[in-house]
Design a protein around this ligand. Structure first.
Ligand SMILES: [Fe+2]
Ligand SMILES: [Fe+2]
Length: 166
């Protein structure tokens, strides 16, 4: 399952890198738009499990964490918008359709295999951090991108911990 996660991520990244080569901020905007979806999906499933009387000991901790992560990803998204990442209709069209599919994939995945769903998002966060690190290496220092890079590393650690917990 982890290999399937890695394969899916590598394929998606290869397609996005091809489509968005030379257009860093639109690519970051699309990635941030997609990166938020799993956190909404995790929250949706946790709410549903709670309503079904399936609240485990780690439940509240995970809900708080995923809510904070989703807010933090929205802050990243707003920053990319301030840099013109969503200026074109086609980028918004691509991102909004991908996010619709990715949200539902994550709802089902998290419901049936939460550890593997966390693993997929963990890999996405690691990829996001390395994407921003490459950007800094090519374009020089940027305080905001460095802050976002550190947020992504923080998310990856939280997801890793969640994987061990659930
Ligand atoms: Fe982000
Ligand atoms: Fe993140």
């Amino acid at each position: 399952m982890k290999r399937l996660n890695q394969f899916t991520l590598d394929l998606t990244v290869a397609i996005l890198d091809f489509l968005y080569r030379g257009r860093d901020y639109p690519r970051f905007w699309v990635l941030e738009e997609i990166a938020r979806a799993p956190y909404f999906a995790f929250l949706s499933v946790l709410h549903f499990r709670e309503s079904m009387g399936l609240r485990g000991p780690e439940h509240l901790y995970l809900m708080k964490q995923h809510f904070e992560q989703s807010v933090n990803e929205t802050e990243h998204l707003e920053y990319m918008e301030s840099r013109g990442g969503n200026s074109y209709w086609i980028d918004r069209f691509v991102a909004k359709h991908l996010v619709l599919i990715y949200y539902w994939v994550n709802v089902v995945y998290y419901w049936v295999a939460p550890r593997y769903a966390y693993h997929l998002s963990y890999e996405v966060e690691v990829h996001a951090a390395s994407t921003y690190a490459k950007f800094l290496a090519y374009n020089g220092h940027d305080d905001k991108i460095l802050e976002i890079l550190n947020d992504e590393l923080h998310h990856s650690k939280e997801l890793h911990d969640a994987m061990e917990m659930i």
